[in-house]
Design a protein around this ligand. Structure first.
Ligand code: UT7
Length: 319
């Protein structure tokens, strides 16, 4: 990993603002989720717009052979958004495609990019996690609106030695499709193309069940990837989990036996930004000095699908 970028919509939506139209309160949202505010894309501001801005910051003057965009809120149902991102970044005819593993998407996209590089298919890959989840939620649903926010984060991966700082891997990736309906948008795809019931076109979440699975799977996957790498739990300096709920992050860290100060969290400012969550947390941690070169970092994510996965790296000096 050689570079990092991020993009957030300008509009900040506080809990108090949500409480003006929803039956909720700042106190409920803060204590149940850890979220104080989130960013919301302006009308017409899309996943591609945010992905381009984050990608531009990560690329600087450099170029890449491939773009892997983790998203489940592509600008269109078809085609993928990554080619439009590559075009707007002036990347010529670079390979470009989307990876849809929802909130685990960034970890899946890192694995895909690492595989491209290890397989000699590309030398440098731009990996972006970008989502506009506010486009999926029902604005009247207090069980989803307070949770989600919009944003994008990006990293550049380049070919290098597996023992240099910034080398990514191993990976632990899984899914459990029998539980897809715990968190999904039922209509609008090829199966249920249109539903008279508008709710079927919005995100529905069985929050408590998802919470339980998230804690168990992120802990299990973290242990598996640590074992593959030959790291002990005590080797981990920073735990960067998908920012779904501060209580999920704290419970998972506790299951693993990690100290509270190893947990990286920016959920209070951005909410759950789905595929953007991990790179946004990394970028904020670099900015505030809680993540510095040499730190051994555990990344773990969980999301709809269900999907989950983890990976590791020693934090590098970024270009
Ligand atoms: O990105 C990956 C996928 N997403 C997640 O990982 C999210 C996982 N789930 C969660 O983070 C939590 O389950 C939530 C934050 C969504 C909900 O927290 P909870 O502690 O599981 O609350 P709950 O759903 O059990 O609801 C507790 C109470 C209920 O009222 P009663 O039945 O006890 O009277 C809800 O109706 O809180 C009520 N409630 C609310 N009250 C005020 C639910 N949403 C709200 C709200 N404001 N926004």
């Amino acid at each position: 990993m050689t570079a990092l970028g991020r993009a957030l919509p300008e509009r900040v939506v506080t809990n108090d603002e949500l409480a003006q139209t929803l039956d909720t309160s700042d106190e409920w949202i803060r204590t149940r989720t850890g979220i104080r505010e989130r960013r919301m894309a302006a009308p017409g501001e899309s996943t591609v717009d945010l992905a381009v801005a984050a990608g531009r910051e990560a690329l600087g003057d450099s170029s890449v052979d491939a773009v892997v965009l983790a998203t489940s809120t592509a600008d269109q149902l078809c085609p993928a958004s990554a080619p439009q991102v590559a075009a707007r970044l002036g990347l010529g005819t670079a390979a470009a495609f989307d990876v849809n593993a929802v909130c685990s998407g960034f970890v899946y996209a890192l694995a895909t990019a690492q595989g491209f590089i290890a397989g000699g298919i590309a030398n440098r890959v731009l990996v972006i996690g970008a989502d506009v989840f506010t486009s999926l939620v029902d604005p009247t649903d207090r069980t989803t609106v307070p949770i989600f926010g919009d944003g994008a984060g990006a990293v550049v991966l380049r070919a290098g030695d597996s023992d240099e700082p910034g080398a990514i891997g191993p990976f632990d990736l899984h899914s459990e499709g029998e539980l897809a309906d715990l968190l999904w948008v039922e209509a609008g795809g090829s199966k249920h193309r249109f539903s008279e019931d508008q709710r079927d076109h919005h995100l529905v979440m069985q929050g408590t069940a998802v919470f339980r699975h998230a804690c168990a799977r992120m802990a299990e996957s973290s242990r598996a990837v640590l074992e593959q790498a030959g790291w002990m739990v005590g080797d981990v300096d920073r735990f960067v989990g998908h920012q779904a709920n501060i209580r999920i992050l704290q419970a998972t860290a506790k299951h693993l036996g990690l100290p509270a100060d190893a947990v990286v969290a920016n959920i209070d400012r951005v909410g759950n930004t789905s595929a953007a969550s991990i790179p946004l947390a990394l970028a904020d941690a670099v900015d505030d000095g809680t993540l510095v070169p040499g730190h051994r970092v555990l990344l773990t994510a969980f999301g709809a699908g269900l999907t989950w996965g983890s990976t590791l790296l020693t934090w590098p000096e970024l270009g």
